[in-house]
Every structure is written in structure tokens, then in C-alpha cells.
Design a protein around this ligand. Structure first.
Ligand SMILES: NC(=O)c1ccc[n+]([C@@H]2O[C@H](COP(=O)([O-])OP(=O)(O)OC[C@H]3O[C@@H](n4cnc5c(N)ncnc54)[C@H](OP(=O)(O)O)[C@@H]3O)[C@@H](O)[C@H]2O)c1
Length: 287
């Protein structure tokens, strides 16, 4: 029996690269892995490890067929172009189907069935496209990346506060590494049929994040919750254009609604250990 071959799209990005590295760490031979990227120059590190780097662009269907030739299991990392995602993903799904892929693993959004998150529509469209395509699929409904917050730690410390409009909404964030580990585990599963995983780490309030940062850094940081209009104005004062400010504020409204929280243990179950604790992520940033 020949080993299945695995392809990862977006392999030049954060999550895709980590997923390829995780497959290698789990003993998948580099010769069985295809990294699909639109700029091969950004994936020379993977090529050096023996991974086949193939060039394709989600927006150019004619490039996708050759890139997915003889691929059994595909990790489709969602496109970074909001507004074009549904089309991009449909193109990839069609190409994977034509190439005879046996499974498509897709990075969707947490609570996709009933979330009000402004990003959700294109993920829901993609989930429908997967149902329609008839290729067995695995939905990885990823929650927020912890890095969405920890990347801003310097600013939080400088201001002494985290501003937002998330109210009492809790956030089941996990690190990109955790989601990548889950994605690799999902690709390696030999189960049949379609599967859906709601993925996230232990839930926290932004006030709890602020408290944790204060403890770890010995610098006082508090969370200040603002009415959404005030938060939007503040975001504009920090330099965001009006449309982006409204969009970012709407993400917090979705958090307040509970859309980014889950008590699902799917993440820990998929890779056999709990998600990386938030304390560890904040401590690691300190070093
Ligand atoms: N859950 C969350 O909190 C969260 C946060 C941010 C994003 N996301 C979603 O999760 C995805 C992965 O996250 P990430 O951190 O890995 O994002 P990232 O580092 O921006 O990676 C996105 C990847 O998609 C590739 N890509 C974009 N457009 C493409 C196209 N037209 N054709 C082929 N490849 C294309 C990029 O290629 P290039 O390297 O050539 O640009 C890159 O490899 C994002 O794209 C986004 O959909 C989730």
C-alpha cells in the first residue's frame, strides 16, 4: 500500500508552515508532503527539507489542478483576502475534487452554525461548497488565535490598558501552533466520513487577560470596555480607516455575543494534550 500524500495550502503563511512542520515532526516523509504556495520564494525553508513546493494561486483555477495532482489529503488553509475567500476556496475545492483527493480538511470559524461574526459568511459558504462537492471533508472550526492579543502586548503595556467592546464575552483562543497541531492530526486520521471539530482553548475574558499580563509582567494593565461607537472612534484615532475600525469593533460585538467561546474539548482530544495555557504564551513573550 502506498502512503497517502498530503498537501497544505497557504504553506508560506503562519498556520500552513506550522502544519507542514508538524507533519514532518510526526514522521511523515518530506517526499509525501506538497506545500502549495503562490510565491515559492517564501517557502525555500520547506523545499530545503525535501518538501515539494508547488506554485498556485487561489484566484487562478488553472494553476490549482497541477498543484494538487496526486494529492490524497488536502489541508485548505483559508485565504487571507476577506471578500474573495468564498471564490478562492471554491476554486481549490473544485480542483481537489477533479484531482481525485480523498479528503479536504478546511480551516473554518468557531461556531460556524450560528455565529454572528462578520467573517463567518464566507466560511459558511465554503462549508456549503464542501457539502456540495461530495469529497469527504473535515471542518476545523478554529477560534481566535491567541496571537491576535499577544502580538499587541507591547501596546497594552505602553498604554496600561486593553480597550475593547467585548463586554463579558469570553474568548476560547488557542495558539497557531495548537491549531496547526490539530490540523496535522486531522490530516493523519484514517477515519471515514465527514467530521466537524469546534476548536479553541480555555475561555478567558479580556479583563482576565489584562490581569494575567499584569501578574506576569509586574506592570499594571486593565481592560476598559467601551460602547461600540466609542471603541470605533478610538480605533480611528489610532489610525484605522473608518471601514476597518467598524469591522474591528464588530468583531468585539461578536465576542460579546459569545461567538468566540466554546467549551468543546475537540482541540485537546485531537492531539492528546490540553491547549497551550494562556499563562505560558504570555510568559514566553516576556523572554
Ligand atoms: N482564527 C484567527 O484568529 C485568524 C486570524 C487571522 C487569520 N485567520 C485566517 O486563517 C488563515 C491562516 O492564518 P495565518 O495566520 O496563517 O495567515 P497568513 O500568515 O496571512 O497566511 C495566509 C496564507 O494564505 C496564502 N494566500 C493568500 N491568498 C492566496 C492566494 N490568492 N493564493 C494562494 N495562497 C494565498 C498566503 O500566501 P502569501 O504568503 O503569498 O501571502 C499565506 O500563505 C488566514 O488566511 C485567515 O483566513 C484566522
Amino acid at each position: 500500500m502506498t502512503m497517502p500524500s498530503y498537501a497544505v495550502t497557504g504553506a508560506s503563511g503562519h498556520l500552513g508552515r506550522l502544519a507542514v512542520q508538524e507533519l514532518l515532526a510526526r514522521g511523515v516523509p518530506a517526499s509525501d508532503i506538497v506545500a502549495v504556495v503562490r510565491s515559492p520564494g517564501k517557502a525555500t525553508d520547506l523545499a530545503e527539507r525535501g518538501v515539494a513546493v508547488r506554485e498556485a494561486d487561489y484566484s487562478q483555477p488553472q494553476t490549482l489542478g497541477p498543484a494538487l495532482a496526486s494529492v490524497d489529503r488536502l489541508l485548505l488553509v483559508s485565504s487571507s483576502h476577506a471578500g474573495q475567500r468564498a471564490v478562492h476556496h471554491s476554486n481549490v475545492i473544485e480542483a481537489a475534487k477533479t484531482a481525485g483527493a480523498a479528503r479536504i480538511v478546511y480551516t473554518s470559524i468557531l461556531n460556524a452554525d450560528d455565529t454572528t461574526n462578520p467573517l463567518a459568511g464566507e466560511h459558511q459558504d465554503t462549508e456549503r461548497a464542501l457539502h456540495a462537492a461530495g469529497v469527504p471533508f473535515t471542518l476545523l472550526r478554529n477560534g481566535w488565535y491567541t496571537e491576535n492579543y499577544t502580538d499587541q502586548l507591547g501596546q497594552y503595556l505602553q498604554r496600561g490598558e486593553i480597550l475593547g467592546a467585548a463586554g463579558h464575552g469570553r474568548i476560547s483562543a488557542a495558539t497557531r501552533q495548537d491549531y496547526a497541531t490539530a490540523a496535522a492530526a486531522a490530516l493523519l486520521q484514517d477515519k471515514e466520513g465527514n467530521r466537524t471539530y469546534e476548536l479553541g482553548g480555555p475561555a478567558f475574558l479580556l479583563a482576565e487577560l489584562a490581569q494575567l499580563i499584569s501578574e506576569v509582567t509586574a506592570t499594571p494593565v486593565t481592560y476598559r470596555d467601551l460602547p461600540v461607537e466609542e471603541y470605533t472612534s478610538w480605533l480611528q484615532e489610532t489610525g484605522l480607516d473608518e471601514e476597518t475600525a467598524h469591522f474591528v469593533a464588530a468583531l468585539d460585538v461578536s465576542i460579546a455575543h459569545g461567538d468566540l467561546e466554546t467549551n468543546s474539548q475537540d482541540l485537546a482530544r485531537l492531539f492528546g494534550r490540553p491547549a497551550t495555557p494562556l499563562t505560558d504564551v504570555v510568559r514566553a513573550w516576556r523572554r
